[in-house]
Write a protein that binds this ligand. Structure first.
Ligand code: AMP
Length: 549
């Protein structure tokens, strides 16, 4: 017998409809690429999102068409979050920090029909436009007065013109909640970037769960500043959460330095912010220099990379800001765990509590996790034994978009499918997860991925290199940076500068390794694979030691 409750599809458009109806006068404030501050309300945003959906329909955009964005956090990007997904098309947020070859690869793999871009990325668009095979037009996210002159791009449209052509009477279609809504590529594994394809249902379930008190604890009394980019897993879901709970939203645009962020935190009276540790280092540095304090910020979500214990203490002890240490992945929409204390932890000494908070936290309801050994058997939750971290849940990927190989899931002895995260972790009796290592071969620098294999392949292309390995070395500012370890061919000369110069033009500049260590032999395992863990043990602190002089 079925229950007798109504069937209502869980749709992304319902979030902005709700925000308009119940929080219509709540503000959305954006620092614009044009330089000024823009203010409007959820009601205005809803009207313009409908105009955009209507304009896209007139352009011939159909259900499931992919629409790309190369954009900062701002109100126009937010309008596309609802305009594109709401009409049944798929919003594909592209990371503009990637090398132009990767951007072109991703746009072609996704078969983007249109690409919206902030003016900051005009030169990137110029570089890739001729290579984006399926794109019918590029849309500059600005008004007529700021449109680039003689850009040399065929089919260049103006965002504000497009909005004006749409109708704010547009009615959101009732879609199947399992329909795809959003596409986000990650380079978090080796090989080409892979697309996590979220659905309306997975996004809505994630929004409900992430807003809970023991997760991000968001309400209509909050003013939220997502510093984490909207091209990084939907700014961790905060734009959707703000609509669901009616929180004021503040977008920093391209200005992510400590001074600009502090200005916005104070003028808009932010209560909750979110970002990777590197961003907060800039902000804390600015506060230290100026001796300023926060007058309204109560909580900050730190994730994407491990939150350094010193940062935790600084926020909490010097500035009275509670840190929510969170862990997630693009493949998890992204939230998996948040480090919120249980009642019994409140009795702990400050030192013990800091140790708990340094862990990545416990799951939000919906996500299930376990750690397994190399034999696939589950390991104990004793806070000491570490194993490969597996997850499952309704907002965890089951496959990548247009994946030509085997799907990513593992099936355990009970026949249950799990997503292997590539993280190695412990779980304690209270379910707090702590990341101890990473089995995937990548480097995370300032919250962004760098592919070690790509860097090794380039080095191996140099005629004087016999063998090359690239590892994630700890770095005081960026958390991790690539360190190249090289064996020279006998009888050849090769300097650090020559090898680093060899990378020029082949990768994004910020992917260039920080240093090169020349050694005689690279340790190999039984199957001939480079033993990266041994190299990490030996050279993992190389850059820290160098920075300390
Ligand atoms: P992404 O898909 O870019 O969000 O990256 C996800 C990966 O970032 C995870 O699998 C971890 O390796 C790493 N990560 C995310 N959050 C944390 C955290 N709080 N501590 C340590 N590593 C993290």
């Amino acid at each position: 017998m079925n229950g007798l409750m109504m069937q209502k599809q869980l749709l992304i458009s319902s979030l902005i409809v709700h925000a308009d109806r119940h929080h219509g006068d709540t503000e959305i404030v954006s620092r614009r690429v044009e330089g000024d501050i823009h203010r409007y309300t959820f009601r205005d945003c809803h009207g313009r999102a409908r105009q955009m959906a209507s304009a896209l329909t007139r352009l011939g955009v159909k259900h499931s068409d992919r629409i790309g964005t190369l954009a900062w956090n701002g109100y126009r990007h937010l309008e596309l979050y609802f305009g594109v997904s709401g009409m049944g098309a798929i919003l594909h947020t592209i990371n503009p920090r990637l090398h132009e070859d990767q951007v072109a690869y991703i746009a072609n793999h996704a078969e983007d029909q249109y690409i919206f871009f902030d003016l900051t990325f005009l030169s990137l668009i110029k570089a890739v436009a001729g290579r984006c095979e399926t794109v019918k037009a590029f849309i500059a996210m600005t008004d007529r007065a700021h449109m680039p002159k003689d850009a040399g791009i065929d089919n260049l449209l103006c965002y504000e013109d497009l909005v004006q052509q749409g109708s704010s009477e547009y009615a959101w279609p009732i879609l199947d909640e399992d329909a795809a809504s959003t596409l986000c590529y990650t380079s978090g594994t080796t090989g080409n970037p892979k697309g996590a394809l979220y659905s309306h249902r997975s996004s809505l379930l994630h929004t409900y769960a992430a807003a809970l008190p023991d997760a991000l604890n968001c309400s209509a009394r909050d003013v939220i500043l997502p510093v984490v980019p909207m091209f990084h897993v939907n700014a961790w879901g905060l734009p959707y959460i703000a609509c669901m709970v009616g929180a004021k939203l503040v977008f920093p645009g391209p200005a992510l330095d400590g001074k600009s962020l502090y200005e916005l935190l104070e003028t808009e009276q932010i209560t909750l912010s979110a970002g990777v540790p590197t961003v907060w280092q800039g902000l804390l540095g600015h506060l230290e220099e100026t001796g300023q304090q926060f007058s309204s910020m109560r909580r900050t979500i730190i994730g994407g990379a491990a939150c350094p214990p010193a940062m935790l203490r600084k926020f909490q002890e010097t500035y009275g800001v509670a840190v929510l240490h969170a862990w997630g992945m693009t493949e998890l929409s992204p939230i998996g765990t948040v480090g919120t204390m249980k009642a019994k932890h409140l009795e702990m000494s400050p030192a013990e509590r800091y140790a708990m908070q340094s862990k990545q936290g416990r799951v939000v309801f919906g996500v299930d996790m376990k750690i397994v050994g190399t034999d696939g058997m589950e390991l104990p939750w004793d806070g000491a034994t570490s194993g490969d971290l597996l997850v499952r849940g309704p907002w965890v990927v089951r496959d990548y978009f247009r994946n030509e190989g085997d799907g990513p899931l593992l099936v355990d002895r009970e026949g249950q499918a799990w997503f292997p995260t590539g993280d190695v972790a412990t779980l304690d009796v209270d379910g707090f997860m702590q990341i101890t290592d990473r089995s995937k071969d990548v480097i995370k620098s300032g919250g962004e991925w760098i592919g070690s294999i790509d860097l090794e392949n380039i080095a191996m292309g140099h005629p004087a290199v016999s063998m090359a390995a690239c590892i994630a070395a700890r770095h005081p500012k960026w958390d991790e940076r690539p360190l190249l370890i090289v064996v020279r061919k006998t009888g050849t000369e090769l300097s650090r500068e020559q090898l680093l110069g060899f990378y020029e033009g082949k990768i994004a500049k910020w992917w260039t390794p920080d240093d090169v260590v020349f050694i005689d032999t690279i340790p190999l395992g039984a199957t001939g694979k480079i033993q990266k863990n041994r190299l990490r043990e030996q050279f993992g602190n190389h850059l820290m030691a160098k920075a300390a002089g």
